[in-house]
Design a protein around this ligand. Structure first.
Ligand code: CO
Ligand code: CO
Length: 350
């Protein structure tokens, strides 16, 4: 089969927006989900009521199943890279709960009447390489002919029921750690406008392709009290979810946030992804932030396959960050603290 690259197929020509910024507006979504009360079953450990990364079902005393799905349109031109990013992103929801991926299904939409089928193969190959890296097994999938390409996975993972890390356990006094740099949405938007250097863009691609596997192991090693991955709703959106579920306030020191190169100057120039506004509107007055606008937008920037945000006992935080760096999460940093409830879910400060 002939080699396919972004010279032959440009997935970005196929859709106006992709990645996690294509998620439905969280305001609309949460409103709808609140209407759909799940049936009660005492084996369900996590359901949609806490807006966590995945559902969790206790199978027996040794094993809980983590069940999740994520798929979206492309945010990069190259099919292989898109596949790898989409799979890393879908696997991430299992890692965010402290689990290990076990089985996956491919979910694909592809315009086979307009694009060569080699593009579809390249997307699936990119995904499979990440699935292999995660030691997860592909059990099949579902392929639909459609105008806009989309790809992702349904993933089944496992965790010991006593080792589950939900978004609901953060304790006042804990430190907050973020494992990947922010600014992915801004760099993707800037790249479409040819406003970003090659090096910064490549770093963003590498960050999106990176699995949260070793970061998840570090969370377990240090007894993380709560976690979520940071994706389409931005740091503030996902921090809000963790704060609400845990009944506390998350205070984030924006100067300590890991940020991709060129992002803050781009935001300052006004290159702001549309989803930033949507995400800020969603958190509304649950966010307290009196700081320069570029920092506020940075914290609302939609991440695709972003890092883990987790809380851990303050005295363990520095050792956890050192382990994250040693494992290859070289941008990981302590970014704030968990406070008793302060009226707003999230506080950003300089
Ligand atoms: Co997630
Ligand atoms: Co998800």
């Amino acid at each position: 089969m002939k080699q396919i690259n972004d010279k032959q197929i440009d997935l970005l020509k196929e859709c106006p927006y992709g990645g996690c910024s294509a998620k439905m507006d969280p305001h609309t979504l949460h409103g709808l989900l609140d209407e759909l009360l799940p049936e009660r079953d005492e084996r369900v450990m996590v359901d949609i009521s806490t807006h966590d990364d995945a559902g969790v079902f206790r199978l027996n005393d040794e094993t809980a199943l983590i069940f999740t799905t994520d798929f979206f349109p492309p945010m990069v031109a190259d099919p292989y890279t898109f596949g790898a990013i989409a799979a890393s992103n879908a696997l991430s929801d299992v890692y965010a709960m402290g689990g290990k991926p076990l089985l996956s299904l491919n979910l694909v939409h592809y315009p086979s009447n307009r694009l060569p089928v080699e593009g579809l193969v390249a997307i699936l190959k990119g995904g499979q390489d990440k699935i292999n890296e995660a030691h997860c097994l592909t059990m099949g999938g579902h392929t639909i002919d459609d105008q806009i390409p989309q790809y992702g996975l349904a993933v089944l993972g496992t965790v010991h029921p006593d080792r589950l890390i939900s978004n609901a356990g953060a304790q006042a006094g804990d430190a907050l750690i973020l494992t990947k740099p922010l600014g992915i949405g801004t760099l993707i938007a800037a790249h479409r406008l040819d406003m970003v250097g090659d090096k910064a863009y490549r770093t963003a691609i590498a960050a999106m392709m990176r699995l949260n596997a070793s970061a998840s192991v570090v969370m377990q090693r240090y007894g993380a009290t709560a976690a979520t991955d940071v994706t389409g709703f931005g740091l503030v959106g996902h921090a809000r979810g963790m704060a609400k579920a845990s009944g506390c306030t998350l205070s984030i020191d924006v100067e300590s946030l890991p940020v991709l190169d060129e992002v803050l100057p781009l935001l300052k120039e006004g290159c702001i992804p549309g989803a930033c506004f949507r995400n800020l509107k969603f958190v509304g007055d649950e966010l307290r932030a009196e700081l320069p606008f570029e920092y506020k937008y940075l914290c609302a920037d939609p991440q695709t396959s972003g890092g883990l945000l987790f809380s851990v006992a303050a005295e363990k935080a520095e050792a956890a960050v050192a382990d994250l760096h040693a494992g290859g999460d070289t941008s990981a940093a302590i970014v704030g603290t968990v406070l008793p409830p302060q009226g707003s879910a999230c506080i950003l400060q300089l």
